[in-house]
Design a protein around this ligand. Structure first.
Ligand SMILES: Nc1ncnc2c1ncn2[C@@H]1O[C@H](COP(=O)(O)OP(=O)(O)OP(=O)(O)O)[C@@H](O)[C@H]1O
Ligand SMILES: [Mg+2]
Length: 571
């Protein structure tokens, strides 16, 4: 047996090196072979292989780190601990180097008996025969697993810090419309940076308790999550914890407490093996949660990493919070617009009922009168004809009311023409005269001669006049007979034509003067409170003003004015 052969014998160890077979100058103390072997075995992972790479010696450290016994290792080649983590060309290159008699230095990622990885800074020295062929290889290594892990963690941390800076710069400037895409992209970046599998964003929706999944990014190999996943029923423990503003962190589902049994079952169904969930807050209130998960492996979440991810959550939370606030404003706006539309619709319906009431009542009483005449057999054809004319006029009025309300509802411009306020007053006075006479009310007109024309929808202005006259008549219910007078005046000045209606009724208490024009304001038992609201809407739509006052001598005093067209109207 040569000295080299002795070296190859596991029980002898490394130190019987044949000096001439390899250019290795050993110091004199190396003659103490056992001493040097002890030092090396103490310090390093040591192995020897034959020229074909089969392990012929493995020291204690090698056995310990690989998790195999010496018996299991001897006779195997290095593939027993190959992690498949090195690039394809790695081992051929290594092999070429040492086969040519050159030493090789490098880091190798191996896998132990239980499948865990470990890293070794390795030196392989070939020992050659007289023909320069390797007779055996000595492999010496240092365990650098922890150092590598720290390096990876440090690089991860650095990347996370960079990501944080980028995210805060990017997301702050994002217009709300593009925020959804930006959030998913941010989740994608975090998952990639930290080597995770999935990030999910959950939000409170409306008054519903619990959280709904709104955004997520995960690696393509995992089945998609249900859309709008509502977490309250499936993850009650987690929802409650997050709602209290606490974060959830577990390296393995098995670490969850017994009260989270339902949650654990859900986690098992949808993937997360290890998870970190951070609550999102706005104005001190939890409105959502940002979660990170590994779906196949457990993972310990380091405290500094959690701190960084809390910052990420804060940045994303700010953006989501801003988007929620904007959505809320938009929703409120829509609600208000809807409420306003409903009110307007309600007002129109009420206005329709109000304005149709009068001509319909008149039509009914005229038709009843005609019937009575005919049934009594004393019908005078002239009188019947007059009644029928009235009915036709009232029906036309009712048709006009409906037409104008429809036009207003459609926001279409109402046809306006140059018209004489004096003329409109005369027509209305004639129209209501009979009604007034029935109530023993005297109607007086004082119309200004050279009153300028106004640009108006005559049916609408007549509607105003009718409403004001009916109110005046109703206000005089308790007025003594000699004072039951309504006076309509017109006059002009300052570019306006004005109509005033004065009655001798109950007047309006000063605190009500402002409210009487509001829709649905009424002091009458059967009133709708729409008459004056309609008057104001019509007059203001014509660019005019309407106001109510009390006359110093008693009674109310309503006036409205419209912009005058240049030149006096033809009287
Ligand atoms: N000439 C008036 N004199 C005294 N009070 C009046 C007069 N005109 C209106 N008012 C007060 O203003 C309120 C609102 O009038 P408005 O015409 O809008 O509604 P209404 O007459 O009560 O009901 P309707 O919708 O049937 O007209 C009245 O209920 C009444 O209290
Ligand atoms: Mg009224």
């Amino acid at each position: 047996m040569t000295r080299a052969d002795m070296f190859m014998k596991p029980e002898n160890g490394l130190l019987d090196v044949e000096p001439e077979s390899r250019v290795v100058t050993l110091p004199t103390w190396t003659n103490d072979a056992i001493g040097l072997k002890t030092v090396l075995d103490e310090h390093a992972i040591v192995a020897v292989t034959d020229p074909r790479g089969r392990i012929t010696y493995a020291n204690e450290k090698f056995c310990a780190i690989s998790g195999y016994s010496r018996e299991e290792l001897i006779g195997q080649d290095y593939r027993i601990i190959n992690s498949d983590h090195c690039p394809k060309s790695f081992f051929p290159d290594l092999w070429n180097t040492i086969k040519q008699g050159n030493p090789w230095h490098g880091e190798i990622k191996n896998r132990d008996n239980e499948g865990s990885f470990y890293c070794v800074a390795t030196t392989i020295v070939p020992f050659l025969d007289g023909h320069g062929k390797p007779r055996y290889f000595v492999i010496i290594g240092d365990d650098i697993t922890e150092q590598k892990r720290l390096e990876i963690r440090l690089a991860e941390k650095l990347r996370l810090q960079q990501l944080l800076a980028e995210l805060s710069a990017q997301l702050v400037a994002f217009p709300s419309g593009q925020v959804d895409g930006a959030i998913r992209e941010a989740q994608h970046l975090i998952v990639e940076t930290l080597g995770l599998d999935r990030s999910t964003l959950w939000q409170v929706e409306g008054d519903r308790p619990g959280f709904t999944l709104t955004h997520y990014w995960q690696r393509a190999e995992w089945p998609p999550l249900p859309p709008h996943f509502y977490a309250q029923d499936k993850l009650p423990w987690a929802c409650e914890k997050i709602a209290r503003g606490e974060f959830i962190c577990f390296a393995n589902i098995d670490d969850l407490p017994p009260e989270a049994a339902r949650d654990a079952a859900c986690f098992r169904q949808y993937g997360p093996k290890s998870n970190l969930t951070i609550p999102l807050l706005a104005d001190g209130k939890v409105f959502g949660a940002l979660a990170f998960a590994l779906l196949a492996k457990e993972r310990t979440w380091q405290p500094d990493e959690i701190a960084d991810l809390k910052l990420v959550a804060q940045i994303i939370g700010n953006v989501v919070g801003r988007q929620r606030a904007e959505n809320r404003v938009e929703q409120l706006g829509a609600e208000m617009a809807h409420a306003a539309r409903s009110t307007v619709l309600g007002e129109f319906t009420a206005a329709l009922a109000h304005d149709l009431n009068q001509p319909l009542a008149a039509t009914l009483s005229n038709a009843q009168a005609a019937l009575r005449f005919i049934e009594s057999g004393t019908a005078d054809p002239g009188e019947i004809q007059a009644i029928l004319h009235d009915i036709v006029r009232d029906c036309k009025r009712a048709g006009g009311v409906i037409h104008h309300l429809r036009v207003m509802l459609n926001h279409a411009p109402v046809d306006r023409e140059s018209c004489s306020l004096n003329e409109l007053v005369r027509e209305v006075a004639e129209f209501v005269n009979e009604e007034m006479r029935g109530q023993e009310i005297e109607l007086g007109l004082a119309l200004a001669p050279a009153l300028p024309s106004v640009q108006a929808a005559s049916v609408e202005v007549q509607q105003v006049l009718v409403n004001l006259l009916i109110n005046a008549a109703q206000a005089m219910k308790n007025t003594s007979r000699e004072l039951r007078q309504i006076r309509i005046e017109t006059h002009h000045g300052e570019g306006r034509a004005t109509v005033r209606i004065r009655d001798h009724g109950c007047g309006i208490s000063p605190e009500r003067l402002n409210s009487i024009f509001n829709p649905f304001y009424t002091t009458k038992q059967s009133g709708l409170g729409m008459g004056l609201a309609i008057c104001r809407r019509i007059i203001e739509a014509h660019g005019g003003h309407i106001k109510a006052e009390n006359h110093p001598d008693g009674g109310a005093f309503f006036s409205f004015s419209l912009p005058a067209l240049s030149g006096p109207e033809a009287e």
